[in-house]
Design a protein around this ligand. Structure first.
Ligand SMILES: *Cc1c(COP(=O)(O)O)cnc(C)c1O
Length: 248
């Protein structure tokens, strides 16, 4: 990342502050509507495509958790943020290739997108070799069961992509800590239907893994519905930072 200056101007800072105020009040309203304590729902600011200066402005405004979906971009930004003396909890939320695990374990605190036994093993090995404390892992689940779009498959007996074997692989890996589940509402699904289905999957999952209580669901367009169905992490990009010029 070549960010000319790690400091945003006053106008950008004001934009980000306003975005943060709006998103925080949406979260608070959704919690009130669902009868939930807002302390149960953490905001992950998804900063993909935006510079490290925006991350620094957000951490200056009190944001603690940051999400990225591409290793190269995330590694550079995390280094810039650390060099500026700030700290954030980095969540990797994108498709992860096994050959990127060694890089990701160096800066990420949470990987939200583990969806196969092979990936869990590669990430576990990388974590043991490349960090001194366990890496938090959320298993990304497929809500529509479409294997092409990624996500472990709940209730499917697939040795690599079934939710149960993936959970066992994460739970059994020395370098990983199984923390919960993540999902994205499938294209073309009403978020209501998607998150209702996810809540069912999460309920069954927690019965087997009572410690793994995190549920990452909801983005800029559907965070209220996700909170209504139990999300403990919402991943918000555009509502906070503005519309991205690229579709990702
Ligand atoms: C980009 C992204 C988000 C944030 O999306 P917005 O609609 O901009 O809030 C959340 N989760 C994942 C996995 C993403 O890739």
């Amino acid at each position: 990342m070549s960010d000319p200056s790690p400091i945003v101007g006053p106008q950008r800072r004001a934009e980000l502050a306003a975005g943060l105020t709006r998103v925080r009040s949406r979260i608070a309203d959704a919690c009130a509507a669902a009868g939930r304590d807002p302390a149960e729902v953490a905001l992950v600011a998804v900063t993909k495509t935006y510079p490290a200066s925006d991350v620094l402005a957000l951490t200056g405004l009190g944001v603690t958790d940051v999400g990225e979906n591409r290793d190269q971009e995330a590694a550079g930004k995390a280094a810039e943020v650390a060099a500026a003396g700030a700290s954030a909890r980095w969540h990797f939320v994108g498709r992860l290739q096994r050959n990127k695990c060694r890089s990701v374990v160096r800066y990420a605190d949470v990987v939200q997108s583990v969806d196969s036994v092979r990936l869990a093993r590669a990430l576990g090995d990388a974590a043991v070799a490349g960090r001194d404390r366990p890496l938090d892992v959320l298993i990304q689940v497929s809500i529509d069961g479409d294997p092409v779009r990624g996500g472990a498959l709940p209730g499917v007996a697939d040795a690599d992509a079934g939710l149960h074997p993936v959970a066992e692989a994460v739970a059994g890996a020395a370098g990983l800590r199984l923390a919960g589940l993540m999902a994205v509402a499938p294209l073309g699904w009403e978020p209501e239907r998607a998150f209702a289905r996810l809540a069912e999957v999460a309920g069954e999952f927690r019965a087997a893994h009572p410690e793994a209580v995190a549920l990452s669901a909801g983005m800029s367009g559907d965070l209220e519905i996700a909170i209504g169905y139990g999300a403990t992490l919402v991943r918000v990009g555009s509502a906070l930072l503005g519309m991205r010029s690229t579709l990702r």
